[in-house]
Design a protein around this ligand. Structure first.
Ligand code: 7PM
Length: 262
């Protein structure tokens, strides 16, 4: 899964199309590099980030989604807003990637009537403050139990299990030790039988390990992606798609997993 950030711009509406063109060009490059899914995000969920309004998020992502609706790979929208989930599905999104696991009022209903896939992610706290003091007894167990409750909630709302993907939410209210424990124990989450998505790309846990800035975390991210795959992740969310794709192609060949180019 290749990440497309539709970055905020400080320019007038007259220049906004440039941002859309850039996002679409970036998407096409990631597809060339081997991305099988694209994830579009218009609201930063980085620790400490402030929320954006519905109108602003819509203006950022819908034009990009519309232009990518028939790009040849499924397109996911990273959003927490039920209204935008509906609009995105109508505009051709194949997946909703919700860091709130459809726990916001109206979110379950927004996707239930459609056929789009849904990624249910775990986080502790809210992005503004979640990295201040993450606390767990047994992090793998707590994350797994939470995901079970969200899978149940989704199924009760009429979203069939086949539509679901689960994600431990690396970095979302977790210390380095919590993140490492989750990566080590990822197979216990994969054992739920719902495909696991792992997002480790360029994250600060890799900065803590390597001492490097986000742009210099490619090698660390590729290592983390392969480890996640080895521990049962079925989808890896990545900024550096070419590098990640080749590494996973080697992993897939060794393990006899489906050829990544098919
Ligand atoms: C700063 C820090 C900016 C972290 C952006 C991020 C995930 C996600 C993100 C994830 C799923 C990023 C993150 N991370 N969605 N959205 N899983 N499902 O690396 O791990 O892009 S935002």
């Amino acid at each position: 899964m290749g990440v497309i950030n539709v970055t905020p711009d400080s320019f007038s509406d007259g220049n906004r199309y440039l941002t859309v063109d850039q996002a679409v060009a970036h998407a096409r490059m990631l597809i060339d590099e081997g991305a099988h899914i694209l994830d579009i995000g218009g609201e930063s969920t980085r620790p400490g980030a402030l929320p954006v309004t519905l109108e602003e998020e819509r203006r950022r992502v819908l034009p990009v989604l519309e232009r990518l609706a028939d790009c040849g790979v499924p397109v996911s929208l990273d959003t927490q807003k039920p209204e935008l989930m509906r609009e995105a599905i109508a505009a051709g999104a194949s997946m909703i990637n919700d860091i709130n696991a459809l726990a916001v009022p109206g979110a379950l209903e927004a996707v239930a009537g459609a056929s789009a896939a849904v990624c249910l992610m775990h986080k502790q706290g809210d992005p503004r403050t979640m990295q201040q003091a993450p606390r767990y007894g047994d992090v793998v167990r707590e994350v797994r139990d939470y995901l079970v409750t969200r899978i149940d909630a989704a199924e009760r709302a009429g979203i069939r299990r086949e539509r679901l993907v689960i994600d431990p939410g690396f970095g979302f209210g977790k210390t380095l030790e919590h993140n490492l424990a989750l990566l080590r124990g990822l197979a216990q989450i994969a054992a739920l039988g719902v495909p696991v998505l792992a997002g480790l790309s360029r994250k600060s846990m890799l900065g803590k390990i390597t001492g490097r800035e986000p742009g210099e975390r490619v090698f660390a991210s590729v290592a983390a992606a392969v480890i996640a795959a080895e521990h049962g992740a079925r989808i890896v969310r990545a900024h550096d798609v070419a590098a990640t794709h080749d590494a996973l192609a080697v992993w897939a060949a060794v393990t006899g997993s489906q050829n990544l180019n098919q």
